[in-house]
Design a protein around this ligand. Sequence first.
Ligand code: NAD
Length: 403
Amino acid sequence: MRTIELKSITEPVRAIMRQRKGEVTYYEATANDIDIKNKKLTLQTTCHDDNENMQRELQLDYDYLVVGIGAQSTTFNIPGVYENANFLKEISDSEKIRLKVLKNIETASFLKKDDPERQRLLNFVVVGGGPTGVEFAAELNDYVSQDLKKWLPDISKDIKVTLVEALPNILNMFEKSLIDYTQTFLQKENIDLKLKTMVQSVDENIVTAKMDGKEVEIPYGVLVWATGNAPTQLAKKMMNDLKEEQTSPRGLLINDRLQMLGAEDSVFAIGDCTFHPGLFPTAQVAHQEGGYLAEQFKLLHQLDQCKWEMNTANTDNTKELNKLENKLNEPFKYIHRGTLSYIGAERAIVELTIGDNKFKMHGPFAFWFWKTVYLSMCLSFKNRALVAFDWCKTYFFGRDSSV
Ligand code: NAD
C-alpha cells in the first residue's frame, strides 16, 4: 500500500553493470525461444507500445546459457481465478491491487451502511497462507488500522481482511510455536483467518470454498491470489524439448552443479524456475546460486587459460589443471541462514540458523531485525537509502492514498 515507493526497490541493470569490470551487453527484451540443440536464443524487444511494427527479433548464439526466468503464479486450474483474481508477483501487480482497493473504498463510501454491496466491496480476500499471502494481508490491515482509521473512520470500521488457507495452519515452513503466535496475533488484529478452507471456484463477486466438508461462499471486493509458483511458458517449452530428462512438472530439473538435466554441457538454471530437493524458491537460495555460478565461470575461464598455456608455451600445468578441475566439480552447497516474515502492526517472526543452532524470535524486536535484513538485501546503496527514507516518511506522514 505504498509503504515504500516502487522506484525505491528497483535498480537498472545498466547501473549495476557500470560498477563492474568486464564487458557486458544488456538487452531489455523477452526471450521467447531457446534452441538448446543449436545453442541459439531468440529475443523480442519489449519496448514496442503495442505497435506491432516496432517489434524486433534478435537471435543470439551462446556457449553457455544461464536461465533465471523465475516463475508465475499458479491457479491450480481453479475455475474463475485467472479471470477475476489479482496476482502478487510483479511490481505492476502491487500497483493494480492498490488502485482497486482505493477505488472500492471510494465506491463504498457512496453506499448506505446496511447495503450488502458496500460490505462486499470492502471485503478484501487473500487466498494462500504462505509468506506472500500473510505479509500482504498484514500490510493491508496495517493500512486500514494505521491510516484509513484516521481519515475515513466509518469506512475503516467496515473493512474486513480475510485470509484463506487450505491447510490447518498458515506459514507451514515455520516452527509450530511461531505459527501459533502468528495465528493468534492475526486474529487479535481482526484478520478473519479461514483455515482448512480450500477454494474451489471464483466468480466476479464470490469465492466458493470447501470448509470442513461444507461449501461456503465468501463475497469479495478485491481478491488477491497467492497460492505459490508454477513454471513459465518458456520453462515449460524447455521441459518439453528435453522430455526424457525433464520429468518434473514443477520446474527445470538441475544437478548439484546447477546444470540443467539434458543440457549439462551448456545450460545452467537458477532461482524459482528450477526444481531440486532442498532448494526452495526463495531469494536466499537464488542469491547463493548466483554467487556459486559466478565462481564456476571464473574457474572455467582459468581452466581455458591453463589449457591454452599448456598448448602454446609447452609448460607443464598438469597440477594446476587438476586443482582447477577438482574445484569446478565441487557441488553447490546451500547454507540456510533462516526464514522471516512480517505479520503486521510492527511485529515479525524470525527463525535463524547459525551453524547447527536454531534461534527463534517474534514481536517488535523481530520486526526491527526483519527491517535490517531487508535493508541489507537491497541491491544498491541508493535503494537502501530510499527504502529507509520511505519508511520514515510513512512513519511520520502515513501512506500515500492518492489514486
Ligand atoms: P507458498 O507455496 O509458500 O504458499 C501458498 C499457500 O497457499 C499454501 O499454504 C497452500 O496450502 C495455499 N493454497 C494453495 N491452494 C489453495 C486453495 N485452493 N485454497 C486455499 N489455499 C490454498 O507460496 P508463497 O507464499 O507465494 O511463497 C512462494 C515462495 O516464496 C515460498 O518458497 C516462500 O518461502 C517464498 N517467499 C518467502 C518470503 C519470506 O521469506 N518472507 C516472502 C514471500 C515469498
